[in-house]
Design a protein around this ligand. Structure first.
Ligand code: TRH
Length: 377
């Protein structure tokens, strides 16, 4: 059943807000045949994620999605069948009036941030009556069956498995990025926020017995990398070798290519929300650099995820991973926790794949949204 969808996205900062909503919009179109308008208030973030996009256009079609600029001086438009406000962004009051006037009323959903906290299961899918007289439903992504699940495109895990079986495809992808690792070097990707202890981690990698080729997409961590290297102006393409560590800066690639990058690496450092989920679909051990919240609420989120994720790991491996994640997120020295973690890499690798397959048994978030709409009408 075809329906029209409006997704509203405010770019708070970085790429997560637009990354999640564009991924969702594309999947609604490609896999469910929906008509989707994606309203974004800052198209410059979108243009980074979607090369070729026009940061000035009021309206443009991208991968089947009608991408529209959401201006501050909003003029109401005919509302779609389903209206999603992403991450608690506030719909323009005039648009809410238009929704009120529509017959039939649209389904109004607030798509929340991802959290593994238990309270989410009790709130997922709950309605709340708004002063406009329309109900708004709260939709929570999550890791438990009683939540909305995670964004996952159809066939994603199968595509990853095929890529893993195809060294030529891996080499060709890396060559496209100008990456030619030494035989035997482990690949690690680093997409993180600023980290005061980063130098200690780079020291550990440089002094390790095994060679590491570290791939760093251009972004907020570059300043810390520069400081450690004692250089300035690191740009995409830069390559520096210190002892057993090669550091290479990569351009920001499109979302599909970022997946391939994660799949090529033995270990990934990710952040925010969307790259955090992609690292899990990559089935590799990873560090999550969580988005820091003013009231320190992120620590409860980190611990809630670890509690779920560590189930099935040996106690020592679980402790080692917890220490690495906590030290990273506190900006602390990484040497001791990282070196301890190396004893558990094999166990962590098996566990990451099992976790991925287990999570993939659940309906993906987009399917869950479509099902919610079908059950609502
Ligand atoms: O960029 P993030 O830190 O985004 C966010 C925002 O800060 C947001 O306000 C906050 O709410 C949220 O985190 C928790 O991290 P995230 O979510 O991982 O988004 C990054 C996106 O960029 C993701 O869609 C993957 C994509 N990406 C690429 O497409 N190419 C790349 O080369 C890289 C490194 C990332």
């Amino acid at each position: 059943m075809k329906a029209s969808w409006d997704i509203f996205c405010t770019v708070v900062d970085n790429f997560g807000d637009v990354g999640v909503t564009f991924r969702l919009a594309r999947q609604l179109v490609a896999e469910h045949g929906m008509d989707v308008r994606l309203w974004i208030d800052d198209l410059s973030a979108f243009a980074r994620l979607c090369p070729g996009a026009d940061a000035e256009a009021r309206q443009q079609w991208r991968e089947g999605v009608n991408v529209c600029f959401w201006p501050a001086d909003w003029q109401p438009v005919e509302p779609a069948d389903v209206v999603i406000e992403a991450f608690g962004c506030h719909l323009p009051p005039a648009q809410i009036e238009a929704m009120k006037a529509r017959d039939p009323k649209p389904l109004w959903l607030n798509l929340d941030y991802l959290s593994a906290e238990e309270w989410v299961t009790g709130c997922h899918g709950l309605p709340s009556l708004q002063s406009s007289g329309i109900q708004k439903f709260f939709f929570f992504p999550g890791f438990r069956p009683t939540t909305g699940g995670l964004l996952r495109e159809a066939g994603l895990i199968e595509r990853r498995h095929a890529f893993e079986q195809d060294p030529a495809a891996q080499q060709a992808f890396l060559a496209q990025l100008g990456v030619y690792p030494q035989p035997g070097a482990q690949l690690i990707s680093l997409f993180a926020y600023e980290h005061a202890g980063l130098g200690s981690w780079l020291d550990s990698l440089a002094q390790a017995g095994q060679a590491t080729h570290l791939l760093v997409p251009e972004g907020r961590i570059i300043g810390d990398v520069q400081r450690w290297l004692g250089v300035q102006g690191l740009n995409a393409g830069a390559l520096h070798v210190r002892d057993n560590l090669t550091i290479q800066v990569l351009p920001f690639v499109r979302q599909e290519q970022y997946d391939l990058l994660l799949w090529c690496c033995a270990f990934n450092v990710v952040r925010g929300e969307d790259s955090f989920v992609r690292a899990q679909w990559a089935g590799r051990p990873f560090i999550w650099h969580i988005y820091e919240q003013d009231d320190d609420a992120h620590w409860a989120k980190l611990d809630a995820f670890l509690e779920l994720y560590l189930a099935g790991l040996s106690e020592v491996a679980g402790q080692a991973l917890t220490q690495v994640w906590r030290a990273w997120n506190a900006g602390q020295d990484m040497a001791e926790s990282w070196n301890t973690l190396q004893h558990h890499r094999q166990e962590l690798a098996g566990h990451a794949e099992r976790w991925c397959l287990e999570q993939a048994l659940q309906d993906d978030l987009t399917t869950a949204l479509v099902t919610f709409y079908r059950n609502w009408i």
